[in-house]
Design a protein around this ligand. Structure first.
Ligand code: VJV
Ligand code: CA
Ligand code: ZN
Length: 397
């Protein structure tokens, strides 16, 4: 089907894909929303449309303990590497052992947890190295993007912050790195890791409803510790949104803000977390984005022609997560127009029936029936752009 779609390597630049198929065999638990199996579905679509012919595919290795310790605390890593999956006490009560937040149902200790985390980070580190040596201009690691993990704490389904590790790697060869995060949750772990440097600017778009929506941080005015002596002041940008945002509103917001940020910050490389829980019909999310709207953000970033890493992240309706990351891979290799002309999922695609609709790009109505009502007003969107424009006045390279 590479032939059917006329898919070939893009002219003048190289795209790489970093993945270890062992990742998809891990389970957080039968009803836990995070399903590593969505990576199997993404691979099915990427392969069925013939995309591997157009990129370098690397088997991601597991990151070493040493590499992980570039961000994470030694005692935390030690515990992750040795802790056995917890048995519930026989009386049925919850364990009181809450070391490093690893007893919270969001972050269970499951079989092979350390392998899963080190493969996710291994893929992201490989991607960063290919970007540093300029062996790739765009590198995809859909098994990464775990933006909530902290130095010594698991949080929100994330244990190892592969993004922070990859950005630290990029900082060895690029002066300034822009981090973009379109997951529906606030990218708090990445933001916090770079609070005190002016070499990384972070921009997260997310649902913000502190009382009811995780993690509760990322308000418009939360721009990091402000002080004369902190070079990182003003380099954390947050775009708090409400339920029901549409492709048009989101795309407009994304482009306006990213354009302004690039103009003032002048990044040399971009790391983008493409969490797919911002799609309409997500099990946890409440936005109305279609695959084409979500992917439109990736296309806009690609056109900036800066070295780029694309990470996965959240996404809890596996068939739609797979659609988004496959279509975003097609944008990276520049065959998305051909695919959009004939988006029918090929008959030979593994797990084809799992996708429900035949199209790679079903409409929101096909996915959701009734879209969520849109709680984002034009007035509020304008306020957000105003605030961020003001904030960017303090950032001048
Ligand atoms: O909202 C929360 C925290 C609680 C405490 C723990 N309970 C289980 C849920 C409420 C306050 N956590 C969020 C975490 C979202 C993480 C998103 C990660 C990413 O997409 O940004 C990047 C990969 C949350 N929302 C929904 C759930 N947790 C949830 C967790 C479960 C579950 C159902 C829902 C854990 C286990 C099981 N079901 C069996
Ligand atoms: Ca986000
Ligand atoms: Zn998320």
């Amino acid at each position: 089907s590479a032939y059917q779609y006329g898919i070939h390597r893009p002219k003048g630049y190289t795209v790489s894909n970093h993945y270890n198929p062992e990742m998809e065999k891990h389970h957080f638990g039968p009803t836990h929303p995070m399903k590593p199996w969505r990576l199997t579905l993404a691979k099915s679509l990427i392969t069925a449309f013939g995309m591997p012919a157009a990129m370098d595919s690397y088997h991601a290795r597991a990151a070493t303990h040493d590499e992980l310790s570039n961000f994470h605390a030694a005692d935390y890593l030690e515990y992750l590497a040795t802790a056995a999956p917890q048995q519930k006490p026989p009386d049925g009560s919850e364990s009181t052992d809450n070391k490093f937040n690893l007893a919270n149902p969001d972050c269970p200790l499951f079989d092979g947890l350390y392998n899963y985390c080190s493969m996710s980070a291994g893929g992201s580190l490989d991607a960063a190295r290919k970007i540093c040596t300029q062996a790739s201009q765009i590198a995809c690691c859909w098994g990464g993007g775990l933006h909530h993990a902290k130095k010594a704490e698991a949080s929100g389904f994330c244990y190892i912050n592969d993004i922070v590790l990859a950005i630290l790697e990029l900082l060895r060869c690029y002066k300034r790195v822009l981090y973009l995060d379109i997951d529906i949750h606030h990218g708090d772990g990445v933001e916090e890791a770079f609070f005190s440097t002016d070499r990384v600017m972070t921009i997260s778009f997310h649902k913000y409803h502190p009382e009811t929506f995780f993690p509760g941080t990322g308000g418009l005015s939360d721009n990091g510790p402000k002080s004369e002596s902190n070079p990182g002041s003003h380099h954390a940008i947050n775009v708090p949104l409400n339920d029901g945002i549409t492709d048009d509103q989101y795309g407009e917001m994304f482009k306006t803000i990213v354009r302004k940020a690039v103009d003032s910050f002048q990044p040399e490389a971009i790391a983008m977390q493409c969490g797919a829980d911002s799609l309409g019909g997500d099990r946890l999310g409440k936005f109305n984005l279609q695959v084409t709207g979500h992917a439109g953000c990736v296309e806009f970033v690609k056109k900036l022609r800066l070295p780029l890493i694309l990470f996965g992240g959240g996404g809890y309706t596996p068939r739609n997560v797979a659609r988004a990351w496959a279509f975003e891979t097609s944008i990276a290799i520049d065959c998305h127009r051909k695919i959009a002309e004939n988006p029918r999922i090929p008959d030979h695609a593994p797990w084809r029936a799992e996708f429900r609709q035949e199209s790679l790009l079903p409409s929101l109505e096909e996915i959701l029936g009734e879209p969520k009502s849109n709680k984002n007003t034009k007035k509020r969107m304008d306020e957000i752009i105003m605030h961020i424009t003001e904030q960017l006045r303090f950032v001048n390279k």
